[in-house]
Write a protein that binds this ligand. Structure first.
Ligand code: ME8
Length: 512
């Protein structure tokens, strides 16, 4: 059975879940569900990043211990994911014992490979980004005078301490070769170019330990030094598989790390170099998605416009959020979240197109045949076109999903849905009924219902609950989408003549 390992970033526990967090996690869930549908053995990982100065400071500001803050935020994540129909196989917390084992083991390997050395560090540090900056980098970014972080614009601070360093510079050439030889390694292309430019600009050894705070994992046999939070965080992708010798290590290397564009450098530069140093295979792909604005504005706490998932879920079904986020914006681009756009997408593509096709098809089947499918007779040109369209959709979706082009997958499905509605108009089953063309009527109704079944299957990774309801009406029994799979159910002709469908019930009522 093919294996598929997909990950999300692990989210900092200094903030409650927001739109950005659910975006990556929903995308990862759709990939995981799609791969399961296609028969892969899937490992889907998400979790939280609990260590580092940023979390320590957030806890101090609340007058609690970092672990208490983490426990609170973890609770929210654990409650949220099922509400969004997220089917992660594991949820990692970096405060867990298994993670300490993995981080320290990775450290030992880096050390044994000669990739770690001790030196003194004096530089600038951005706490919100947990990123170091040299004076040259600040000067180049025009940020030296104001002492602002070139990435986030917030205040940076001077740090001077003894530190362990990772010989990042030693892996520069190998990394360049790897990126050049594997065009699919970093996506989309704009991010691949960005990573290439960064590496070509020269890699500087990376400070990978801190002595000025304690909230983290200490360096093996060296309790004064805490492992740099990004080294700690990135290792989570191995921890969950039981690194170093757990059975689930068979899922490594990851098929895709989904991340946001702001954390590209850590995943596309630091992480591969660490893995090379440790003698581990590199992930097959790193996909960096874009950022959402909200009603045209940057999302920020100070503006008070942060989209909180709990509020969204009060207003609408999780499936609608899932559909909108992956349909509205090509994955990899920035986009804008607006209630008007969401309502428009929903009403046109789901209520009008999918909902209408389902309702009218099942309603006609009820009206003319009491819900019972007849024998599909001789095929005409338009039937063959519909079948060709079904097959083209399945192929198109497969290709799009292999590239994380969710919006394209959905466009393929929507094209088929629109074709289905045209098929209804052109065949006018109501006229066939009136004229007593019984055989043709049976053929047309069969084609409609069988297409709908396959449409629901293709849409199921995106909208598991809505599609379960579609399939339940079509199959006339409770359908668990997790048990549906392409091999058994993905071919045309699964529905047999004589099968009785349920009465239609609206799955996509119009949004007012
Ligand atoms: O970066 N639109 O955690 P994090 C889209 N702990 N995505 C957004 C967004 C927006 N407006 N705002 C934030 C971390 N994000 C680290 C990761 S992984 C080993 C460690 C995304 O909680 C952002 O791009 O700050 C990032 O991918 C994710 O939220 C997590 O951010």
């Amino acid at each position: 059975m093919p294996q598929f390992y997909v990950t999300t970033p692990i989210y900092y526990v200094n903030d409650e879940p927001h739109l950005g967090h659910i975006y990556t996690t929903i995308a990862a869930d759709v990939l995981a569900r799609y791969q399961r549908l296609c028969g892969s053995d899937v490992f889907f990982l998400t979790g939280v990043d609990e260590h580092g100065l940023k979390v320590q400071q957030a806890a101090e500001a609340r007058g609690i211990e970092p672990i208490e803050l983490a426990d609170q935020v973890v609770d929210h994540y654990r409650k949220l994911w099922p509400q969004l129909a997220i089917t992660n196989n594991d949820f990692i917390r970096t405060s867990e014992a298994r993670h300490k084992t993995a981080v320290q083991e990775l450290w030992r390997r880096l050390d044994a490979a000669g990739a770690i050395y001790k030196d003194t560090y004096e530089d600038w540090y951005c706490v919100p980004c947990e990123t170091y900056w040299t004076e040259t980098q600040l000067k180049d970014a025009g940020a030296l005078k104001e002492l602002q972080c070139p990435d986030c614009g917030r205040k940076i601070e001077r740090v001077k301490e003894e530190s362990f360093f990772f010989r990042l510079s030693a892996y520069q050439e190998r990394l360049l070769e790897h990126i050049r030889a594997h065009p699919e390694f970093i996506a989309p292309v704009s991010r691949r170019n960005e990573a290439l430019r960064f590496v070509e600009g020269g890699l500087r050894d990376l400070s990978v330990s801190r002595t000025t705070f304690s909230w983290g994992i200490h360096v093996p046999d060296n309790p004064e030094h805490v492992v740099y939070v990004w080294i700690d965080a990135l290792t989570n992708y191995l921890t969950a598989l039981g690194f170093p010798d757990g059975e689930d290590m068979r899922y490594w290397p990851a098929d895709v790390h989904l991340i946001g564009k702001d954390i590209l450098r850590f995943h596309a530069v630091y992480w591969p170099c660490m893995l090379m140093a440790a003698g581990l295979p590199l992930p097959k792909r790193i996909f960096a998605h874009g950022w959402w604005t909200v009603e045209g504005e940057k999302m920020s706490k100070s503006k008070g416009n942060v989209v909180r998932p709990a509020e969204l879920l009060n207003e609408m079904d999780a499936d609608i959020v899932r559909y909108f986020l992956l349909r509205e914006v090509p994955f990899g681009h920035d986009g804008d979240f607006s209630h008007i756009a969401l309502k428009q997408r929903y009403n046109t593509e789901l209520a009008n197109d999918v909902g209408n096709l389902l309702n009218r098809s099942l309603a006609m089947l009820q009206k003319y045949r009491g819900g019972r499918l007849g024998v599909a007779g001789e095929e005409t040109a338009i039937d063959r076109s519909l079948l060709a369209q079904v097959e083209a959709t399945q192929r198109g979706v497969e290709k799009a999903m292999s590239q994380q082009a969710f919006h394209e997958a959905l466009e393929h499905i929507n094209t088929l849905v629109r074709f289905g509605n045209r098929y209804v108009e052109e065949n006018a089953p109501w006229s066939l009924a009136k004229q007593g063309e019984e055989a043709r009527l049976d053929t047309v109704l069969y084609h409609l219902v069988e297409s709908l079944r396959l449409i629901a299957m293709q849409l199921a990774p995106f909208m598991p609950d809505k599609c379960a309801r579609m399939l339940t009406q079509i199959m006339n029994r409770e359908v668990n989408v997790d048990e549906v799979n392409m091999r058994e159910h993905g071919g045309w002709g699964y529905l047999q003549s004589g099968h009785v469908c349920a009465k239609p019930e609206p799955v996509f009522p119009r949004m007012e």
